[in-house]
Each structure stands twice: as structure tokens, then as C-alpha cells.
Design a protein around this ligand. Structure first.
Ligand SMILES: [Zn+2]
Length: 318
């Protein structure tokens, strides 16, 4: 009798143990799959997919920095975000502006929209302007959106010997020394470079601009001269170059211009207003206008074949 009771007790005991084991297993499995689910819900993959990204777009986005993924998660799904992200000069802070510009200019290329927005050219000239950062030194940006303070007075402005220029001209000393090196190298190649215009004071620019305004009105004046404070010539870092015989209209056809195209960057100068870039630089093609930015940056710009405005936006401002 006692033996049978014992047997029964053992049996019940085993069943209880088995139940407990099964319960433990179920709980562990449950916790694990719950955890997995929670991790998935918190993942970029889940969140981006929930926003509407899938296939190639999703795959591309998942490879981006978290900063980019976080920014995208803060926006509504947009089928063109990935197109913009794939562009070389994409700037995250400009993403909304790219999309906005695209909405109004659907036939424009993504690459071109990136250029336009990066340099603020989605705004009218002289709209959304700000004072330039003088701490940039020889790399300071002066264009139709970035101006020099009215009392800006560049240091180290020196007179150019008349051997190197027409009329009276001044320029920053560092630029002058580099110009002389370039002049000598050009001379070795039988080319004659002459400075036709260098540093202009704020007052010079004001007089020039105002005389155009008086004669033709603001609209036309804006196409002929920069507004005071907005001219690169006021930095002392800019030169208009000509030859012994050419005029501004014929300079493009000279051997000197060909030589400058191939060599000016070696002395730190860049062609500031290239052909077909008016919508980016704000200026018509000026084969004679060179800006000094130093050899390192000039070389990079030469290699990348971009305007200074684009270079500044991508490599210096962001
Ligand atoms: Zn010029």
C-alpha cells in the first residue's frame, strides 16, 4: 500500500517537473522572440520600410551614416531622396531645399539642382545675403550672396609695377608675388600676361555701380557691375588679366588664355567665372577674371572642375 502511494507521488513529482521545464522553455523562447521583435522594430530597416522605402532604395539608405538615416526618418517618404543622396556634392542640411527646388524644376538634373542650392542660387541675386567670413583669409567667399563689410580694408595691399599692368593697380602682396612667378613662367613660354584691374576700394566699386545705376537703372546696372561690397576685386585677391594686344572680347581667343587654362592653378589662381556657369556663379563668362586661392585649393578646383562657389559650399562651409 505504502509502496504504491510512493510510486504515485514520484509520478506526480515527475509530471510537475516536466511541466515546469516546459514552462521555462516556453518563457525563454517567448522572451527571446519578443526581444528579437523589439530589436527589429527599433531597427532602421523596419522604420525606413514603414516609411515606404524598399528594395534598392532601402538597401542604399541602410548603407548610409546614422545621421543621414535619422534625418530621413524625420521626413515623409520621398521617391527622390536617394537620387539626391547619390550626388557627389550632396549636403544633408540642404536636403529640404533640394526637394523643394525639384518640385518647381522637375526637368532639371539632380546634379544641377545640388549645385544651384549649395551656392544659394535658388534665391535671386542679392537676396538671402550674409556677411562673408573674413577668417577664411585668402579663401573668403565674395559673390552675390556673400558680401564684405562696408569698412573692410584688406592688409598688405601693394602697388603693382607698371611693367606688370596697365594704368595704376594695387593687389595683395602674396597675390602679387604669385602673379610675378606666373608672369615669368608665361614669359618663358612666350606669353605676355598684363594686369588690367586689381584691387578696388569699396568707394571705387560704389562709384562704378552707382554710375551704371544713374545711367541705366538698377536692373541693367546689376548685369554690368557687382554691387559695392559684393565685388571680389575689393578683397585684393582678384586680378583681371589681359595680354599686350587683346581686349576683353578677344582675350578668350589668345594663346595667353590657353596657357592660363592649363597653368594658372600652379600659381594659386582659378578662373572664377567659367563658361556656362552663370547660373551658379552669378556672372557671365569672364575669361580674364582670376581669383587667388592658394596653390592647394586651386589645384583641387582644377582637378574637380567646379566653380569656387561650389567648392566653398561643399568643402569649406559644411
Ligand atoms: Zn574682374
Amino acid at each position: 500500500m505504502a509502496k504504491r502511494r510512493l510510486k504515485k507521488k514520484v509520478k506526480i513529482g515527475l509530471i510537475v517537473v516536466a511541466i515546469i521545464i516546459v514552462l521555462i522553455i516556453a518563457i525563454v523562447v517567448g522572451i527571446n522572440s519578443y526581444k528579437k521583435h523589439q530589436t527589429y522594430i527599433a531597427s532602421y530597416e523596419y522604420k525606413l520600410e514603414a516609411l515606404g522605402y524598399k528594395d534598392d532604395q532601402l538597401e542604399y539608405l541602410l548603407k548610409q551614416d546614422n545621421k543621414i538615416k535619422d534625418a530621413i526618418l524625420n521626413k515623409k517618404y520621398n521617391e527622390h531622396i536617394v537620387d539626391f543622396l547619390k550626388q557627389k556634392y550632396f549636403i544633408l542640411n540642404n536636403l529640404d531645399a533640394y526637394l523643394e527646388y525639384y518640385d518647381k524644376n522637375k526637368n532639371d538634373s539632380f546634379e544641377h539642382i545640388i549645385s544651384i542650392v549649395n551656392v544659394n542660387a535658388n534665391y535671386d541675386h542679392y537676396d538671402h545675403t550674409k556677411e562673408t567670413n573674413l577668417d577664411d583669409g585668402i579663401l573668403m567667399l565674395v559673390n552675390k550672396y556673400n558680401y564684405l563689410p562696408e569698412d573692410y580694408d584688406p592688409t598688405d595691399i601693394v602697388d603693382v609695377k607698371n611693367w606688370y599692368c596697365y594704368g595704376e593697380n594695387q593687389i595683395k602682396d602674396e597675390v602679387y608675388q604669385k602673379f610675378i612667378e606666373m608672369f615669368d613662367a608665361a614669359k618663358e613660354a612666350d606669353k605676355k600676361l598684363i594686369i588690367s584691374s586689381g584691387y578696388r576700394t569699396h568707394e571705387d566699386q560704389e562709384d562704378t555701380y552707382n554710375s551704371y545705376v544713374d545711367r541705366y537703372g538698377v536692373k541693367k546696372a546689376d548685369t554690368l557691375a557687382a554691387r559695392p561690397g559684393f565685388s571680389e576685386h575689393e578683397t585684393g585677391l582678384t586680378l583681371d588679366i589681359t595680354t599686350g594686344t587683346a581686349t576683353k572680347d578677344t582675350f578668350e581667343d589668345t594663346e595667353e588664355f590657353e596657357w592660363l587654362k592649363e597653368n594658372s592653378y600652379k600659381y594659386g589662381f582659378i578662373l572664377r567665372y567659367p563658361k556656362d556657369k552663370e547660373d551658379i556663379t552669378g556672372y557671365a563668362y569672364e575669361p580674364w577674371h582670376y581669383r587667388y586661392v592658394g596653390i592647394e585649393v586651386a589645384t583641387k578646383i582644377h582637378e574637380l572642375d567646379i566653380t569656387y562657389d561650389e567648392y566653398y559650399a561643399y568643402f569649406l562651409a559644411n
